[in-house]
Write a protein that binds this ligand. Structure first.
Ligand code: AMP
Length: 433
């Protein structure tokens, strides 16, 4: 763990004026914990392992020092109007698991760089779209490349990119990258990189595969693991409900709370459509987002969700990682994710960068055991709650229905009057965001 003193503002972090000016415009008032703890080490040239979720501000953690480093190198080495990194060589390489994340990270970097007068060029490359357009974008040299592993290998084999002069390598969401089966591509890519470079590895979780990678790749790294309190802007709740009443409860919560936006997770592509149809019958319009949608459709849906045109989005886990939807008020697990780490990734879509967020899981009897496993693995324990009118028939013994803080009374089910005191309190609470 690092013991470095942690600066409390961006100026103390040693950022140059054009970057500071941009952060002010973006209304970043103070560094997030990961930024405060990691940026000094990145500036010092150290390798880094950071246990940080999306939403922690990790993109700026690597992007700002890389931008500053390249900018300063260019200022000292070249005339101010010179080209970018020579030929097909890139200086900063950021590997990410998904195309959405590639675009998002590249957009963030470009945004941080707006006052660098075009001195640092960033390009994103990812699969699922024509490689020709990306090759055109790479012409004239690229300083920072954000890439998914497969497409990067294709571009290397077409000689559009060379990695032998990379100075900084970032592995973003390393656990996701490995769990998506990019291990071989990653090994191939790593072999093309120079030995002398700075490596920054970000991962929400540290399964064995990631640990093996860090041992192999990193040289005496600084390790930063965010304390759970650093991410405590997210409130998690779990509601028990009968299986047959789940959709009704979901519709009730959506209409009752009028969330500006809600991201709902299910486990299968078909379930997205089924649930959207069922919600439509209850007067709620929802869009779906899953792997069968073409790249164009996915981008459009995401854009419309981000801008608020789509209010309810039903997604599979493809959306669980890396998507930066500003101030998403609520994430709902309609189906529980299979893996405990996916639970953390899903709920990380809400409560980002200091915003209060809410993650709700709807669990029926079949989910009780699995939810306990998710809790155990993630070292959390949540009080089971019920929404009046939607109470589960019977609560199994392994659940911990509130004793200290009684929730809606369990006797009787069916939809009776909707509001009692507890419910009103729950409503106020749920509306905090
Ligand atoms: P990230 O974890 O990098 O995906 O960042 C999550 C969100 O937090 C993005 O919308 C960033 O623009 C925002 N963000 C990053 N750093 C800060 C900061 N210091 N202050 C406010 N917002 C930030």
């Amino acid at each position: 763990m690092t013991t470095a003193t942690t600066p409390t503002n961006f100026t103390e972090l040693g950022l140059i004026q054009p970057l500071l000016a941009r952060l002010t415009e973006l209304q970043y008032q103070t560094p997030t914990p990961i930024q405060a703890q990691a940026i000094p080490s990145v500036f010092a040239g150290r390798d880094l392992i950071a246990g940080a979720n999306t939403g922690s501000g990790k993109t700026a953690t690597f992007a700002l020092p890389i931008l500053q480093h390249i900018f300063e190198q260019q200022q000292s080495n070249k005339p101010s109007n010179s080209k970018h990194s020579n030929g097909n060589y890139v200086t900063g390489l950021i590997l990410v698991p998904t195309r959405e994340l590639a675009k998002q990270v590249a957009d963030s970097i470009k945004s941080y760089a707006v006052h660098l007068n075009g001195a640092v060029k960033t390009v994103a490359v990812f699969g699922g779209v024509s490689a020709n357009t990306q090759m055109l974008a790479l012409r004239g040299g690229t300083d920072i490349l954000v890439a998914t592993p497969g497409r990067l290998l294709d571009l290397i084999s077409s000689n559009a990119i060379k990695l032998s002069r990379v100075q900084t390598l970032v592995l973003d969401e390393a656990d996701r990258m490995l769990s998506l089966g990019f291990t071989d591509e990653l090994s191939e890519l790593l072999a093309l990189l120079p030995n002398k470079k700075q490596t920054l590895l970000f991962s929400a979780t540290f399964p064995e595969q990631v640990q093996a990678l860090t041992t192999k790749l990193l040289n005496n790294p600084v390790e930063i693991q965010l304390q759970s309190s650093d991410a405590s802007t997210l409130v998690q709740r779990v509601f028990t409900v009968n299986k047959g009443e789940k959709t009704a409860l979901l519709a009730y919560l959506i209409t009752q709370h009028q969330w500006r936006q809600a991201l709902i997770f299910v486990n299968a592509k078909n379930s997205c459509r089924h649930l959207a149809e069922k919600l439509a019958k209850r007067g709620i319009t929802a869009e779906v987002f899953h792997g069968d949608k073409g790249q164009g459709a996915r981008s459009r849906v995401l854009e419309e969700f981000k801008t608020g045109k789509i209010e309810v989005l039903i997604a599979t886990d493809i959306a669980a990682r890396g998507l930066d939807i500003d101030k998403l008020p609520v994430v709902i697990n309609f189906d529980l994710p299979r893996s405990p780490s996916d639970y953390m990734h899903r709920i990380g879509r809400s409560g980002r960068a200091g915003e209060v967020g809410l993650a709700i899981s709807l669990i029926d009897h079949e989910d009780y055991h699995h939810f306990s496993v998710i809790e155990k693995k993630n070292k959390i324990r949540l009080e089971r709650e019920q929404v009046e009118g939607f109470e589960a028939d019977d609560i199994s013994s392994d659940s911990i229905l509130a004793t200290e803080k009684p929730m809606a009374k369990p006797e009787g089910s069916g939809k009776k009057k909707r509001k009692n005191k507890e419910q009103v309190n729950a409503d106020i609470w749920l509306n905090r965001s």
